[in-house]
Ligand binder design. Structure first.
Ligand SMILES: O=C(CO)[C@H](O)[C@H](O)COP(=O)(O)O
Ligand SMILES: [Co+2]
Length: 217
């Protein structure tokens, strides 16, 4: 069954505890945390202090998506804050392999992510290190953008590669996931769907999570 990772980017930041507990009760699998620095992407969100603050409010794994320049500078902080998975953009550092080694050395699961314009070949040599590969289906920076379906070809490639080479990473999709796009993601080979605005911009968050499960059955 597909895993659902609601993104708190679309939660009410004045009521983060309430909104995290709500999706946990309604069957979410991960809590997706979008960290933006105003440089790698044109938006600023939150830092390791917020990850520390939300750590005690949920038992769910914290899936921390770093959209920051030179993430190596902050990996120890996000690990100590209680992240379970830390995902770094191949485009954000010239040392993606080192960044992933740093994450693993902290005892945290290491993810690698690529933007819509970046091919799978760029991350080919770090796939043996990856616990998770995240495919962006929007240009990162904001919630509520339209799904870029051409990116699904990369999900198929990653699914093929793990079958061929015996890699163990989960494939996660982030951006524009809703009741209309979720099925194609799972059909392409995705294991985890991030959904921000679709889940949180509704008075019935439980219904949204249930619908994502229903359409991907
Ligand atoms: O990383 C992100 C944006 O950079 C978010 O996780 C993503 O956009 C989720 O929001 P939505 O589901 O509304 O597209
Ligand atoms: Co994200």
């Amino acid at each position: 069954m597909v895993k659902i990772a609601p993104s708190i980017l679309s939660a009410d930041f004045a009521n983060l505890e309430r909104d995290i507990k709500l999706v946990e009760e309604k069957g979410a699998d991960y809590i997706h945390v979008d960290v933006m620095d105003g440089q790698f992407v044109p938006n600023i969100t939150l830092g390791a202090n917020i990850v520390s603050a939300i750590r005690p409010v949920t038992k769910l794994p914290l899936d921390v998506h770093l959209m920051i320049v030179e993430p190596e500078r902050f990996i120890p902080d996000f690990a100590k804050a209680g992240s379970d998975i830390i995902t770094v953009h191949a485009e954000s550092t010239v040392h993606i392999h080192r960044a992933m080694q740093m994450i693993k050395n902290e005892g945290v699961k290491a993810g690698v992510v690529i933007n819509p314009g970046t091919p799978v070949s760029v991350i080919e040599h770090v796939l043996p290190l990856a616990d998770l590969v995240l495919i962006m289906t929007v240009n990162p920076g904001f919630g509520g953008q339209a799904f870029i379906s051409e990116c699904l070809e990369k999900v198929e490639q990653l699914d093929e590669l793990r079958k061929e080479k015996g890699y163990t990473y989960e494939i996660e999709i982030d951006g524009g996931v809703d009741n209309k796009t979720a099925k194609a993601c799972v059909d392409a080979g995705a294991d985890v769907l991030v959904a921000g605005s679709y889940v949180y911009n509704s008075p019935d968050v439980g219904e949204r999570i249930a619908t994502l499960r229903e359409v991907t059955k």
